[in-house]
Design a binder for this molecule. Structure first.
Ligand SMILES: *[C@@H]1O[C@H](CO)[C@@H](O)[C@H](O)[C@H]1NC(C)=O
Length: 290
């Protein structure tokens, strides 16, 4: 913290905050609540770090990804300004999809989803009051195809029957295409909790407060380096059933009622979603880092 403070003063004095060089930018916003799971990637982390339990202390190296891919092949380090909670010490990661992004026998999906290493179906990510923070940014060289439905960030129940909370992009199957360019936060029944247009160039910062004791959800949002503000809730939503977080991309096919196993996916896929500032914090006593 002290070192960041000095860096901020030097940057201010130099007047370069307005036009930051890639990865060297504004100081990180303070995380003021205890971190439960830290998904921030320190600057300088080798990509092979993500491939084995021997090195990967952040995410599960084995899940959820194409059978023949390693995370070092899936993740890219985009050259972008740091997101609000990454600052100078942590770097953005880009989760990519290719034709090889087939998990187990799920031929309908293309998917690559990060799981926090210590997250478990009945662990601390499923109790009390917790807030999931993440920032997203678009890569113009690896655009998503918004004719498809994407799950990007979600909490999947322990019995895999539903996702208590789902952050989605693209056209939701069976719904109107009118909001396909919006990020949509839905409850486990598909009810919209919040929706905002995806920005083609800026970081967009989200925090989803999950109150497992009251079955309530509150959404916080900001753009760029601005402080988060509450934009929805707290509203009732069933959060029962345990489970795990997943962060990345799950692209559903078109033209099928059996999305897991069949349907259409175009070939030569090269899509990416950039993430930064990923962590789960303890929001006991209503603590939320803004
Ligand atoms: C986007 O997806 C639709 C539906 O699968 C497909 O018809 C179209 O070719 C895709 N577009 C691109 C640019 O891949």
């Amino acid at each position: 913290m002290h070192r960041q403070g000095i860096a901020a003063i030097i940057l201010s004095a130099g007047g370069v905050i307005a036009a930051p060089a890639p990865q060297a930018s504004a100081p990180a916003a303070e995380i003021k609540c205890p971190i439960v799971f830290d998904g921030r990637v320190p600057v300088g982390t080798e990509k092979t770090f993500f491939d084995t339990y021997a090195t990967n202390t952040i995410f599960n190296p084995d899940y959820v990804k194409g059978n023949d891919l390693k995370w070092s092949q899936i993740l890219q380090y985009p050259s972008v300004e740091s997101s609000r909670f990454d600052g100078a010490d942590y770097q953005a990661i880009e989760v990519t999809l290719s034709d090889k992004s087939i998990f187990q026998q799920q031929n309908g999906f293309r998917r690559a989803g990060l799981q926090f290493l210590r997250d478990s179906s009945d662990g601390p990510g499923t109790t009390g009051v917790k807030t999931l923070h993440f920032s997203v940014k678009q890569d113009p060289t690896r655009p998503l195809n918004l004719t498809h439905e994407y799950l990007n960030v979600w909490h999947e129940a322990a019995d895999y029957s539903s996702n208590q909370i789902q952050f989605q992009y693209g056209q939701i199957i069976g719904k109107s295409a009118a909001d396909k360019n919006n990020f949509k936060i839905l409850d486990r029944n598909g009810r919209s909790l919040y929706s905002v247009a995806a920005d083609p160039s800026s970081w967009q910062n989200f925090a989803i407060k999950l109150d497992y004791t009251k079955n309530q959800v509150q959404i916080y949002y900001s753009i760029g380096q601005a402080a988060l503000k509450s934009v929805a809730g707290p509203t009732s939503a069933s959060l029962t059933g345990g489970g795990q977080f997943q962060i990345g991309m799950l692209k559903k096919p078109t033209g099928t009622s059996d999305v897991v196993n069949s349907g259409y996916q175009e070939k030569n896929l090269n899509e990416g979603q950039i993430y930064g500032g990923l962590f789960l914090e303890d929001s006991a006593n209503n603590c939320v880092s803004l």
